[in-house]
Design a binder for this molecule. Structure first.
Ligand SMILES: NC(=O)CC[C@H](N)C(=O)O
Length: 235
């Protein structure tokens, strides 16, 4: 498996890089070969990627990578159409959408992989959050964003948020999905406390390669204990 880690320096708040480590480790535990390729400003995007991961960032960091990210639009859309698995957290989620207008009016162009648009507001949505997905278990994480994201008809929500504020604090949706592309506001890193969801990403990537094997079960007792403590925390 080839994992692409987008902008590891600029887009890594609340330990989102942990998502890369979790996937890498879950593959290694099963004896499956894995390579992680960091892609920063100006680097070539490998076209044989299986999974692409991007973390959250401050508005300023999103501005810094904005032009470089936007220049990769055609490549990223082609990869998404080709079934590459993508997990984009918060700032990267916003930038996979059509655009992000920051709270102070700066327009950061997105790449239109996800049919969502985001506008910043004065109040930030902050706190613990979790969502139940229909087919990949519970995601447990933490949100902190000024951007309010509205979903278009080209995506479906990742799940419904009961306690958190999710995409926009209004419609109880959290995240967005199309094909194998998933965006979410959940930091944490989210995959550390969502082992079933982590495996569902690996399973999608293996299936796309024609290796529709069942992943060997792992002992996720600690991750599940951490998740059950986290969901009982106050928001
Ligand atoms: N946590 C994040 O990635 C924040 C994203 C964006 N800067 C916002 O505030 O909405």
């Amino acid at each position: 498996m080839k994992l692409i880690h987008l902008y590891p320096r600029e887009m890594n708040i609340y330990g989102d890089t942990g998502n890369v480590l979790v996937l890498r480790r879950r593959l290694m535990w099963r004896g499956l070969p894995v390579e992680v390729v960091p892609v920063s400003i100006g680097d070539r995007l490998p076209h044989d990627a299986d999974i692409l991961l991007g973390g959250g960032g401050q508005d300023a960091a999103q501005g810094e990578i904005g032009a470089d990210f936007a220049s990769r639009g055609a490549e990223l859309r082609a990869m998404a159409d080709d079934g590459v698995v993508m997990l984009a957290i918060c700032g990267s989620y916003q930038m996979l959408g059509h655009e992000f207008i920051t709270h102070d009016g700066q327009r950061i162009a997105g790449v239109g992989v996800l049919d969502v648009i985001t506008r910043g507001q004065a109040e930030r949505l902050i706190g613990n959050n979790h969502v139940d997905t229909p087919d990949a278990g519970r995601l447990v994480g933490y949100e902190n964003h000024s951007g309010m994201t509205e979903l278009g008809p080209g995506v479906r929500p990742l799940g419904r948020t009961a306690i958190g504020r999710g995409n926009n604090g209004r419609d109880h949706t959290e995240g967005a999905v199309r094909d194998n592309v998933i965006g979410t506001y959940l930091h944490g890193p989210v995959l550390a406390k969502s082992p079933r969801f982590a495996d569902s990403l690996l399973q999608r990537a293996l299936r796309r390669r024609g290796a529709d094997v069942e992943l060997e079960p792992l002992d996720d007792t600690l991750a599940e204990q951490a998740a059950s403590v986290a969901v009982r925390r106050p928001r």
